[in-house]
Design a protein around this ligand. Structure first.
Ligand SMILES: [Zn+2]
Length: 550
């Protein structure tokens, strides 16, 4: 009889492939799953009784922005406590490598205040050096990385609003080639943010052709997720077809202002798949985002220092021009700006404004009424008073679209959040990102247990084997003998997301955005317990995963 290192006994095993659960014991030895057998048949030096709980593959979060926050919190607190064992970073066009010293300041500006943290040394240049920095300090979870098109562009030509010269484009091709050789899983683009919004379709195709050589993927925050969502989805599909790369359309819920519901963009994906193009989608289940108010300004202004932004907004003519630019939206701005464009001021709730404390918890419509100002002026005034520190919750996604996406077989579940922790820098100033704490438990609680939007096994498939397949990870995302033991044990009865607040909001919020969920009892990464009894063990068994380059 074999005595294994660790056996999880008497669990309801969900294999991650979409099959209903079965009763079983699961044995772990040297980091891998070595045997799965009927309950009561396996023996270990250590056993964990999983009676009354589900045993599933650890969740794979295919869309996050933890690139720097994982350096600040290597335990990956908010991720692993949700049951996440692998995160994909480098999304929406922004990765912290490669870097060219001449453009380091632009790179730091893109990342904001976290770039000044002592753990973020910026001592790397190449993608390989960055991946080594990640691995060397230890990680609570596994990390897979995309190379951001924006990072390649910044390293080559800063934030210039123009097309690259031939030699600049060649330099970007060299940089993506280096990143792919280092083990990047593909390239990402963010076509509503600088500098991605300055890039043509052809520029992205040229870079994706290099990625194609390594069988990597193209993940895109597409060029507009509202009025132009169908053209933008079509552009992403066209890039995949021309360059010969699989396409992942990121967080693809239509945002307020879109001409149609999610069935229209999903139909484009179905049509593409019907002719043999490998296009898949991910989505987050939150209806809100809490950016700085300055993020709603036109792209060429939003990245300026606060004092320059304030000076522009104090000039009545320039203020009028900006207002017109926001409403015209000729170069599509990111999703939440649709609420400004369409005057949906009652959907924007003030969250932070250190110099205007009386507005917190009120909508911009209420602030405008109280101040006797036009809402646009109230919005600009709050930026003048608080600079970048003015932050608001923009409720810009309809729950109907979230449900349509959840139910579609080609859509996986992602958080679009990042590693956070309710202590230290990542808690101060407090970013409002319930997705970073409650994405996966929230899906299981609200859309599986409380309402039958999708079955348990289908929800787990969308969190495990499906993203693993997209990434080409053949040894994770399922519970099978021989694969790495990335495992979550959860109690569906008890599962509770304590970070998410549903719209319409009442202030103060029912849930605090920095709270770990309940009901995620154990999490194992590469066979090592990282969460036990709902507490972090301090273990750092995570690995930097490298794409196998076909
Ligand atoms: Zn994005």
């Amino acid at each position: 009889m074999n005595i294994y290192d660790l056996v999880l006994v008497n669990g309801q095993i969900l294999d991650g492939c979409g099959n209903p659960w079965f009763w079983g014991d699961l044995a772990i030895q040297r980091g891998r799953i070595v045997e799965i057998a009927p309950p009561g048949t396996l023996h270990g030096r250590q056993t964990i009784d999983a009676t009354g709980r589900y045993v599933a593959p650890g969740f794979i979060d295919i869309h996050t922005h933890s690139d720097l926050s994982i350096l600040v919190n290597r335990q990956a607190e908010s991720a692993v406590r949700q049951g996440v064992t692998t995160q994909v970073i480098g999304n929406c066009g922004l990765s912290p490598a490669p870097i060219e010293e001449a453009h380091l300041s632009e790179m730091c500006r893109e990342w904001g205040s976290i770039s000044d943290q002592p753990e973020v040394s910026w001592r790397w240049h190449s993608f390989e050096q960055y991946l080594r920095t990640l691995q060397d300090g230890g990680l609570g979870i596994n990390i897979a990385s995309l190379a951001g098109h924006g990072a390649l562009r910044i390293a080559t030509m800063g934030l210039d609003e123009r097309a690259p010269t031939i030699s600049e484009l060649n330099r970007m091709k060299e940089l993506i080639d280096e990143a792919m050789q280092a083990g990047a899983f593909g390239i990402s683009s963010g076509l509503v943010y600088p500098p991605g919004c300055y890039a043509s379709t052809d520029e992205i195709i040229a870079l994706c052709m290099v990625v194609s050589h390594y069988h990597g993927m193209y993940a895109s925050h597409i060029r507009g997720e509202r009025e132009t969502i169908l053209e933008a989805v079509a552009e992403a599909i066209c890039i995949g077809r021309e360059a010969g790369v699989p396409v992942q359309i990121s967080h693809n819920a239509p945002k307020y202002g879109a001409p149609c519901d999610a069935s229209a963009n999903l139909r484009l994906v179905e049509d593409a798949r019907a002719i043999g193009l490998d296009v898949t989608v991910d989505n987050d289940v939150h209806t809100d985002l809490a950016p700085s108010l300055t993020d709603g300004l036109p792209q060429e202004i939003e990245d300026l220092p606060d004092n320059e932004i304030i000076a522009i907004l104090r000039d009545p003519e320039k203020r009028e021009a900006i207002r017109n630019e926001i409403v015209e939206d000729r170069r599509p701005a990111f999703g939440p700006v649709g609420l400004l464009k369409h005057g949906q001021w009652q959907r924007i709730t003030m969250l932070h404004a250190p110099k205007s404390l009386d507005v917190i918890g009120k909508t911009l419509q209420v602030v405008a009424n109280e101040r006797g100002r036009d809402p646009f002026d109230a919005y600009f005034d709050l930026i003048i008073e608080n600079g970048r520190d003015a932050e608001a919750i923009f409720d810009y996604i309809d729950d109907t679209n979230i449900r349509l996406l959840l139910q579609h077989p080609a859509v996986m579940i992602s958080s679009d959040g990042q590693v956070l922790a309710p202590y230290g820098f990542l808690n101060d100033p407090i970013p409002y990102q319930p997705c970073s704490y409650g994405e996966f438990p929230g899906v299981l609680e609200r859309y599986v247990r409380d309402e039958p939007v999708l079955s348990l096994q289908e929800a787990i498939r969308k969190m495990t084997s499906f993203p693993a397949q997209r990434l080409g990870l053949r040894d994770r995302g399922v519970l099978r003998e021989g694969v790495w033991a990335d495992i979550v044990i959860f109690n569906l009865e008890r599962i509770h997301d304590r970070a998410t607040n549903l719209y319409p909001h009442s202030y103060p919020f029912e849930n605090y955005p920095h709270q770990y969920p309940e009901g995620i009892d154990y999490v194992f990464v590469n066979g090592v317990m990282v969460v036990g009894g709902e507490e972090h063990t301090g273990a750092l068994p995570g690995k930097v995963l490298r794409h196998r380059n076909g």
